[in-house]
Write a protein that binds this ligand. Structure first.
Ligand SMILES: C[S@@+](CC[C@H](N)C(=O)[O-])C[C@H]1O[C@@H](n2cnc3c(N)ncnc32)[C@H](O)[C@@H]1O
Length: 345
């Protein structure tokens, strides 16, 4: 049994008492990086030894400690006894333990080896080891095995690239129930015309629907973060528009570079004209090319429109017009890597 107590002098430290590791046996399946011990845990701790685990903000280590919220997340996810659940960032396992009670299997991806160790011990002591696979890796670099659902309190520092990996990574799953920073949830849920509407929402909406489930107070975490959180559920659309994703990402990056500028102003910028001229491999000179760009916007009735007010259908229509005129946004020879495309969202 793990007891969490907060030392009065430093709330960033959690103390783990009485983690018993007397019996040494393989107790959790791991896929570890080369230099790690696989299948088995041989480090002994003195009984009742106080074990300190410093939590790092840089790794988004805010542990969810309210059991009611953990229950609600698991219930909202719809996880059942036939499901394999992918959890990113299990930490010390507060959510993992609940998922193990309900799911067929849990695959947990955790970058911090100290957490992997604590989680392994905790799960071993609860008798759920057979159901858990730990991948001790950075979730942005790991290949995920097949899964039915994602349920996770994700590290906020990698929210954008992680969501991009789920929705554009070619994975097939029923839904992703994610606890994210409230501001990030607002951006994900924003619609054209909302002040928060942005490239993240545009890109995610192309392939997925996002539902807001509930808000979670910062007081439900240890250590207490500066911001509140929200639970959202992301479901992949069954039908996705036929659009070249590399082109789409580069196009939306151009349009939303300054999302409140009109498209006419964005496409008249000297630097942008030169960049597109180069990518499009068109022979006409700079000024002629600029006129071509603006002419397409004008004919489409979009020259004075701001991208933050446009629907995905309007944006796709515009991209198709540009491409038809031989204007491209992405170097065909250099397909974009998803992480790079979304890290700056
Ligand atoms: C917000 S905490 C959640 C912990 C636990 N699930 C909970 O709810 O109490 C995020 C966890 O993600 C882990 N993490 C951070 N960056 C990661 C990455 N790139 N890949 C995998 N795990 C990561 C952290 O070490 C931490 O355990």
């Amino acid at each position: 049994m793990l007891h969490f107590t907060k030392p009065p002098f430093n709330h960033l430290r959690l103390y783990f008492h009485q983690i018993r590791a007397k019996s040494i046996r393989p107790y959790y399946k791991t896929r570890l990086e080369n230099d790690d011990i696989v299948d088995g845990y041989t480090r002994k701790r003195k009984e009742n030894q106080e074990d300190r685990l410093q939590l790092y903000k840089s790794k988004g280590q805010h542990l969810l400690t309210n059991p009611r919220i953990i229950d609600s997340i698991v219930r909202s996810s719809g996880v059942g006894p036939e499901d394999t659940v992918l959890e990113i960032g299990p930490g010390t396992g507060n959510l993992t333990m609940k998922l193990l009670e309900v799911a067929k299997k849990v695959v947990a991806v955790e970058v911090d080896k100290r957490m992997v160790e604590v989680l392994g011990t905790r799960v071993s002591e609860s008798g759920f080891s057979d159901k858990l696979t730990i991948i001790s890796k950075d979730a942005l670099k790991a290949d995920f095995p097949e899964f039915d659902l994602v349920v996770a309190n994700i590290p906020y520092c990698i929210s954008s690239p992680l969501v991009a990996k789920f929705v554009f990574g070619g994975y097939k799953f029923r839904s992703a129930t994610l606890l994210v920073q409230k501001e990030f949830a607002t951006r994900l849920l924003a619609n054209p015309g909302d002040s928060e509407f942005n490239r993240l929402a545009v890109n995610v909406k192309l392939v997925a629907d996002v539902e807001h489930v509930m808000n979670v107070s910062k007081r439900d975490f240890v250590p207490v973060p500066k911001v509140d959180s929200s639970v959202v559920i992301i479901r992949l659309k069954s039908e996705v528009p036929d659009v070249d994703l590399n082109e789409w990402w580069a196009f939306t990056k151009t349009c939303f570079g300054k999302k409140n500028k009109t498209l006419g102003a964005t496409f008249r910028q000297k630097k942008k004209v030169a960049e597109l001229l180069n990518l499009s491999k068109v022979t006409s000179g700079g000024n002629l090319f600029k006129e071509k760009l603006v002419g397409i916007l004008r004919d489409a009735g979009l020259e004075d429109k701001r991208p933050s007010k446009l629907s995905n259908e309007e944006l796709m229509y515009l991209l198709a017009l540009f491409n038809k005129a031989g204007i491209f946004f992405q170097d065909k020879e250099k397909p974009r890597d998803i992480n790079a495309s979304f890290a700056d969202l």
